[in-house]
Design a protein around this ligand. Sequence first.
Ligand SMILES: Nc1ncnc2c1ncn2[C@@H]1O[C@H](COP(=O)(O)OP(=O)(O)OP(=O)(O)O)[C@@H](O)[C@H]1O
Length: 347
Amino acid sequence: MTRIALEHLHKTYPRQAAPALERLSLEVEAHTLMALLGPSGSGKSTILKLIAGIEDPDQGDICFDGQSILRIPAHRRGAVLMFQKAYLFPFLSVADNIAFGLRAKGVNKATIQTEVQRMLDLVGLPEMAHRRPAQLSGGEQQRIALARALVVQPQVLMLDEPFSSLDPAVRQNLQEAVRRIQRELGITTILVTHDRSEALAMADQVALIEQGTLVAHAPPQQLYERPPHRQAARQMGIDTFLTGRVTGTTLQSQFGPLTVSETPGHGGEALYAIRPEHLRLGHEPGAHSLPVTVQSQIYRGDHVEVQVSLGETVLRVRTNEACWSNGKRVFLHLPPEHLFLLKLPGS
Ligand SMILES: Nc1ncnc2c1ncn2[C@@H]1O[C@H](COP(=O)(O)OP(=O)(O)OP(=O)(O)O)[C@@H](O)[C@H]1O
C-alpha cells in the first residue's frame, strides 16, 4: 500500500558538471508498476539509487505515503533493488540465498522454511531449493533474485534492467512472471528500462526521462498512440513531423498541402505527427500523398522498414512488402485520420 512521491529531486554527482537529475517530480500510485524509460545516462538508475538510499539527493524529497524517507537508513526503507545480474551468493544453496534477509532479521527457522518455499512457488521454481546458483540458468537466477528480494515483504520493488542480459524467450517469460507476481502481491514497483516494448508491455504508467528531467508520463497505450509533444513522440518511435498553418482541413505543411481530420482550432502554426506503421507507400499518387525517393529497405522479419527522402528529410515507413528499390520515385500516403496534433514547444 505504498504511494511514492518524488519531489523536485536534484542530484549532481561529485566532479560532474551536468546534474544527473534536475528538479524531477513524479508520483507512483500504490500497487502500480511504473516504468522509467529513457536513453543511457538519462538518470533512471539515479532515481532508484536515491529511493534505495544508496545516494542522497542534493535537493528535493522522497515520500512513501506522504512521509519523507530521506532520514530513514537505507536498510529500513522497505525498498529492495534488483539488478541486471542476480548477484546470488555462490556458495549458498538457493534456499539459503532466499532465506538470507529473513535470517538477518532473526526470523525463526520454521517460518523461514515456509516463506522460502512460498517464494519458490511464487517465482515458479518450487523444486530448486537445494541447488547452487551455478546450477541455474540466467533466467532462473533472476527468479531466485526476485524471490530473495520479495521474501522480506518490501513496500517497494525496484528493478534496474533486470531482463537485459537474457535471451528474448527467457526475457519475455520473466517479464510475464514479474508482472503476474507484482499484480498478485500488489507491490508498488519501479522498472528501469531503455527498451520501449518492455516498458509498454509491463507498466501501468510509463515515465519518459531525458537528461535528468521528466519528459512525459502516461499509461502505455496513451503515450504510444498520443504522445503529447515532439520529444515524447520521438521516444515512442515517431520521426515524421509536419508543421504549418491549417486552413479548414488543409495543413500547408513544409512538404506541401495535406488533409488533416484533427484541427487545432486556431489559425496559427500547428505541429502534427504520424506513426511509421500508419504511413503507406504506393506507386501511384493519391489524395493524401507526397512524392518521395526510396533510400533503403531493411527486412526485419515481421515487417520491412523503408527509408524514403522527402527533400532533405529522411522518413521511416513500416510496411509488409519488400519491393522498394533504392532510388525509385514513389508516393508516400499520409491518411488524414492518423495525423495527430502535438503541443508546440513552449505552449
Ligand atoms: N557514481 C557516479 N559518479 C559520477 N557520475 C555518475 C555516477 N553515477 C551516474 N553518474 C552519471 O549520472 C548520469 C545519469 O546516470 P544514470 O546511471 O542514472 O543513468 P541511466 O539512465 O540509468 O543510464 P543507463 O541506462 O546507461 O544505466 C550519467 O551522466 C552518469 O554518467
